[in-house]
Every structure is written in C-alpha cells, then in structure tokens.
Write a protein that binds this ligand. Structure first.
Ligand code: 3PG
Length: 410
C-alpha cells in the first residue's frame, strides 16, 4: 500500500486549499452539455463537501478535454452542476492564475468554494515534468503563494505528470483527497494474480494504452482473452489486413495510431487466439444502424459499433470468466442505435460470476445510464490511470504525494 498523507492529517479550518479533481466528463459534441456528471458528483460529495464543512476556502482545479478536441470546454457548467449536487453555492472564475483568479481566491470566506478555469487552457499544463520543474512556472508559483495546502483528488489523471497534478507537491503540504484515497485502497486489493479465466475488454479510442496493457497482461499471463471494440478494434482489424473503407481508415490516420500496427501484428502472432476482434460491425447508413460481417468490408459508411454476432461471442467468453476488466465502450454509445454492443457486454458481465472492474469516464457513464452499476464489483472513475496502475506503473500523481509525505516526515 502506498504511503501518503490523507485529509485526516491536516486541519483545514480557515485554510486556502487547492484541490485538484478530475471533472473530465463526456460532452455532447453538438450542444456542449455534460452528458454524465458522475465524477463531479463524486468529488463533490466526498472531498469538496468535507472541505467546505471543515471551513476551508476551497479552490478547485480541474481539466476538461484536450486542446483542439470537441470536449475542450470551460468549467462554468461543471461549477453549476457541482453547486446543485452538493447544495452549496459555488463560485466560478474564467481565469486560472491571473489577476481575476487571484482576486477571487483572496475574496474567499471560510467554507466557500471557487472553481477556476479549465487548467488545460494554460499552454504548459500538459507538458510532462517533475514537481520541481513545474513548481518554477508562473502558474504554480502564483497559486501556491496564496494557498496553505494541496489536496490531490484526481486519481483519474494521476498518470499525467502535468503541472497541476504534480507541481504543487514540492512547494505545499500535500495530501490525498477522499476519492484518491478510496481508489488506491480498492485498487491495491486487485493487484494480485487474478482468478482465471481473466478477460480484458478494451474499447474507446485510446489505442496506445490498450496495446501496452495487452502486451503486459499477455506476456505476464494475467489475461486469457482480450476482447476489442471501438476504434481499438478497427486498428486490430487493420493489423489483420482488413480494409475498413475510407471513413474508418481516415479516422485511424487522423488518430495517428497506424504506427501501432506492427506491434499489434507481433502480439497476435505470439499469442494466437487470445485477442478477439469483431466478426461483424454496425455502420451508420442514412442515420440508421446497418450490420455487416467483416468479410464484407470495406464500407463507405462509418463503423460505430460491434455487430450482433460479435456481442454474442464476447458474451459467451465473459460469462465463463472469473475476472473481467472493462475499459472503453464498444462503439458510439451516445447515438442510441449504436449502444447495443456496449450494453450486451454489460449484460454479460452482470449475469456472470466474475469479479468485474469497470473503468473509464465513458464506460462508467454507460453502466450508470443502463442501471447496471450495482451489478459490477468495482467501478473506478479512472481510465488511463487505472490501466497504468494495473500495469504496475508508478503514477506521477501518486508518486509525488508519496514523496511529499516522506518530505513532511523528515
Ligand atoms: C481521463 O478521463 O482519463 C482523465 O481525465 C485524463 O484525461 P487525459 O487522457 O485527456 O489526460
């Protein structure tokens, strides 16, 4: 178990607290509305409410999306939702560390909460660095000067050595928030040899992460099967020399993931039969779902889901499993017609006897929407961080908290 300080180790009364949370949520690309507020509610109910009750002056730092992506939006909406969920007024300022933000922090009274602007609007936020390197930036310096303590509650972003994740830990007393604490405690329980058969299911678009974990879990005989869906399965199909058709191949090029193909090919040759790819897919044709087998590819239509036969095959494997890890939806679940692939995976997990670990913002959103959350063994709010953790990687966000704890002991 990692050694870090928690919120029990600090007195917050009247203190300015910088709390880094992970509010990153699925966003409707058209309306820009938040589709699922699980993460906001969780951080609010646990950490933020507790800080407010303890009369801290709470300053919330968070990110939403990545610069250039459709879900890269300001945090005004997040602040409004937070306020509604915890039933406490929440202030918001469209500034991260400039004069406006600094004034808003100085004006805070005991028990008040302020949400700052999306930290990824600061150009150097996403630059990987050590706590000491980041601590030299204007961003960290300006906010640290005004604060008494840093609370890192963003387990879901702890795999990033970003400025707001690690920067404050070298200049302020730093503790883990309640969500960070809960995740680390729960996850440390599953870092053992999983009960077999063990099935990892990867969907979504984070192909590089999925390939790395596939390599790790197959090489170390952790997983017996890997089931693929989403953009990841398109890449695996491409590695099997399938031509998916113009719009789908263009998406892979756009995502810049074709360079992973040689690694995927090697993995499939070394571990024959262990990695499953769809045998059929669902495309969008004039707004409607239409299925075709992969032998009938290429298609001129975008592929948005796995097909019925694939869901059936995957379901059978899942029902026979003792351990299931599921991260990343099987398709574009935001469109109703393309939800079935992801739903059938959850149905199979729900009726299986397996210990099931569900991760990833979008995956968690779907399981809740489907009303199947109670049927899962453990739901992590993290995606990439969870995967990195399960691979035994050191997470910069966690490591920096451990180092801060060691420093405070000395
Ligand atoms: C997540 O949703 O996994 C975290 O918020 C991290 O987001 P990122 O992959 O854009 O860094």
């Amino acid at each position: 178990m990692v050694k870090f300080l928690t919120m029990d180790d600090f007195t917050f009364e009247g203190k300015v607290v910088l709390v880094r949370v992970d509010f990153n949520s699925p966003i409707d690309p058209q309306t820009k509305r938040i589709l699922d507020d699980t993460r906001i509610r969780m951080h609010g109910d646990a950490t933020i409410k507790e800080l407010s009750k303890k009369n801290a002056k709470t300053v919330v730092l968070a990110h939403q999306g990545r610069p250039g992506s459709l879900d890269f939006i300001p945090l005004k909406q997040h602040a409004e939702i937070l306020s509604k969920k915890i039933n406490i007024p929440v202030k918001y300022v469209d500034d991260i560390f400039g004069e406006k933000a600094q004034k808003a922090i100085k004006d805070l009274k005991n028990g008040e909460i302020l949400v700052l602007e999306n930290v990824r609007m600061y150009p150097n936020e996403r630059k990987s660095g050590t706590p000491e390197e980041h601590a030299q930036s204007d961003f960290i310096q300006s906010l640290a000067t005004l604060a008494d303590v840093f609370v890192n509650d963003a387990f879901a972003a702890a795999h990033r050595a970003h400025a707001s994740i690690v920067g404050f830990t070298s200049v302020l007393p730093s503790v883990a928030g309640r969500i960070m604490e809960r995740e680390l405690k729960a996850l440390s329980k599953v870092i053992e040899v999983p009960e077999k058969p063990c099935v990892y299911i990867f969907g979504g678009a984070k192909a590089d992460d999925s390939l790395k974990i596939s390599q790790y879990v197959l090489k170390n005989n952790i997983a017996d099967y890997i089931l693929t869906g989403g953009v990841i399965s398109h890449l695996f199909l491409a590695a099997k020399e399938f031509n998916l058709g113009k719009p789908n191949m263009a998406l892979l090029e756009k995502e810049n993931v074709m360079g992973l193909v040689p690694g995927i090919k090697e993995l499939m040759t070394t571990y024959p039969g262990k990695i499953k790819v769809p045998v059929d897919v669902a495309c969008e044709v004039e707004g409607k779902r239409r299925e075709l087998t992969v032998d009938n590819l290429p298609t001129t239509h975008p592929i948005y889901d796995i097909g019925t036969e694939t869901s059936r095959e995957y379901g059978e494997i899942i029902r026979g499993a003792k351990t299931v890890v599921f991260s990343g939806p099987m398709g574009v679940f935001e469109k109703k017609e393309f939800m079935p692939g992801t739903k059938k995976i959850f149905d199979a997990i729900a009726i299986s006897q397996a210990f099931s670990l569900i991760g990833g913002g979008h995956t968690v959103a779907v399981v809740q929407e489907l009303g199947l959350a109670e049927k899962m063994s453990y739901i992590s709010t993290a995606g990439g961080a969870l995967i990195a953790f399960l691979m035994g990687e050191k997470l910069p966000g966690v490591e920096s908290l451990e180092n801060a704890a060691t420093k405070s002991e000395a």
